[in-house]
Ligand binder design. Structure first.
Ligand code: ZN
Ligand code: ZN
Length: 251
């Protein structure tokens, strides 16, 4: 399986990552990727940028070092009803909204599952990142069902599977999620979650897991730039429509 894009990368703006956007794009080019998404952490993560950072991303070129650059965020799911740490106006300007659990209170499996499903149901999130994180255990059956219902892509995070990961113990959960996704025929995505440029495009452990789970290449969002763009275009319209509805309600 060949992946042409990395949809999960962090720059120095995240506060605990160490490369620039330019270095990330150059690394993507060196790894033979056609597209890379910059997904710095949302404002709620300690050291993460203010929302001004996300609003000003249009100043960054759409193509750097021959690689298409998408402007995104890895938002934090902060409330128990799936609330995110950026407002709708900022989210509606981004090419990609990934979201997951980070610095927050951990709940029971029931609470975490409910919250993750609410984040998907809200229509603002394109990718749920590292759903296999054992610190925020979820019910994989219900999460995969919800991903199918709401058309949201679940991530298999390569960095969760590495030996030194903060999310140690993720593999069994990720394998369960991937197996259920394979059965349901829903879309998944592989992200490097690079916090250093040379880790961009590192997908080996996740690809091994997908193979073991029986996930087909056509089920993986980042096997094709066209697939990524048509998915994100559709999702972006949902956010812009949600914003238009809010603005109409206020008028
Ligand atoms: Zn991080
Ligand atoms: Zn994360």
């Amino acid at each position: 399986m060949r992946l042409v894009a990395d949809l999960h990368t962090h720059t120095i703006a995240s506060g605990h990552a160490y490369s620039t956007i330019k270095e990330i794009a150059e690394a993507a080019q060196q790894k033979g990727l056609e597209l890379v998404a910059i997904t710095d952490h949302g404002p709620n993560e300690p050291g993460a940028p203010h929302w001004y950072y996300f609003d000003n991303l249009p100043v960054v070129p759409k193509r750097i070092a021959g690689v298409e650059v998408l402007k995104g965020v890895e938002a934090n799911i902060i409330g128990w009803e799936g609330e995110l740490d950026l407002d709708l106006e900022t989210l509606s300007r981004l090419d990609l909204v990934a979201a997951g659990f980070h610095t927050r209170e951990t709940g029971s499996v029931e609470e975490n599952t409910h919250t993750m499903i609410k984040a998907m149901a809200g229509g603002l999130v394109d990718i749920i990142v590292h759903p296999g994180n054992p610190r925020f255990a979820i019910d994989p059956v219900r999460v995969v069902e919800a991903a199918q219902k709401y058309g949201v892509v679940l991530e298999i995070n390569n960095s969760s599977l590495t030996a030194g990961s903060f999310r140690r113990g993720s593999r069994g959960n990720c394998l369960k999620i991937a197996r259920l996704a394979a059965e349901a025929g829903i879309m998944v995505v592989v992200g490097s979650d690079a916090h250093w440029a040379e880790d961009v495009g590192e997908f080996g452990l996740a690809l091994e897991l997908l193979l073991e789970a029986g996930v087909k290449p056509e089920q993986v969002l980042n096997t094709s730039v066209e697939k990524i763009k048509s998915y994100l275009e559709k999702r972006g319209q949902l956010r812009r429509q949600a914003l238009a509805d809010v603005e109409k309600g206020q008028a």
